[in-house]
Design a protein around this ligand. Structure first.
Ligand code: TMP
Length: 201
């Protein structure tokens, strides 16, 4: 049986990565094989593209194309083979991040993004997307503690407001697979919520 594909999304500082061990554990207790991966990245080529994407200034459309190039490789090498052998895949970000950051944040055309989405993913969509939502203020405060901010983390509050709005719009368009989690809640409460959400799929 094909495994399920879970993606984690949210602004920088929303805390999504903190919860990966919890989700992994919930699934492993059920006896499932779990593969944790991330975007941009997840393959050798993808990790090299990640270095460029996070640190090298470039045109917003170049940024978009490189995100999708890394994604194409990730789907072919990692995501599809794992799902096909029955593993559950947890990806720290996927295409919703491109809609939020490149469309919402950088202003790249939504229609072009849709073309890339169907080209690169074909029929693949996450079964569940956990959107960790926090206010721009919370995100900014958490990022202030980051020692060496990357090209995205250095952006201003307006950029992050647009990203948050784009994520919420995307969740509205895809209510069947999105669950919005208030990322400003205590970790213990978020863990309980995750138990409920994961056990329902
Ligand atoms: P991370 O810090 O969550 O690993 O993500 C790295 C950065 O890459 C983050 O600031 C968001 C950005 N990003 C995009 O702009 N578009 C994308 O499609 C993805 C996957 C990530």
């Amino acid at each position: 049986m094909r495994g399920k594909f879970i993606t984690l999304e949210g602004m920088d500082g929303a805390g999504k990565s903190t919860h990966i061990p919890t989700i992994t554990q919930i699934l492993q207790v059920r006896g499932l094989e779990v593969l944790v991966t991330r975007e941009p990245g997840g393959t050798e080529l993808g990790e090299r593209l990640r270095e460029l994407l996070l640190h090298q200034p470039m045109h917003p459309e170049t940024e978009t194309l490189l995100m999708f190039a890394a994604r194409r490789e990730h789907i072919a090498q990692v995501i599809r083979p794992a799902l096909m052998r029955g593993a559950w895949v947890i990806s720290d970000r996927f295409t919703d991040a491109s809609f939020a950051y490149q469309c919402g944040g950088r202003g790249v055309s939504y229609d072009k993004m849709r073309v890339l989405e169907s080209w690169v993913q074909e029929d693949l969509q996450p079964d569940l997307t956990l959107l960790f939502d926090v206010s721009v203020e919370v995100s900014t405060q958490r990022l202030a503690a980051a020692r060496d901010p990357d090209r995205f983390e250095r952006e201003n509050a307006d950029f992050f407001s647009r990203i948050r709005a784009a994520y919420l719009a995307r969740a509205n368009e895809n209510p069947h697979r999105f669950r919005i989690i208030d990322g400003s809640q205590p970790i213990k409460i978020i863990k309980q919520l995750l138990e409920e959400v994961i056990s329902s799929i």
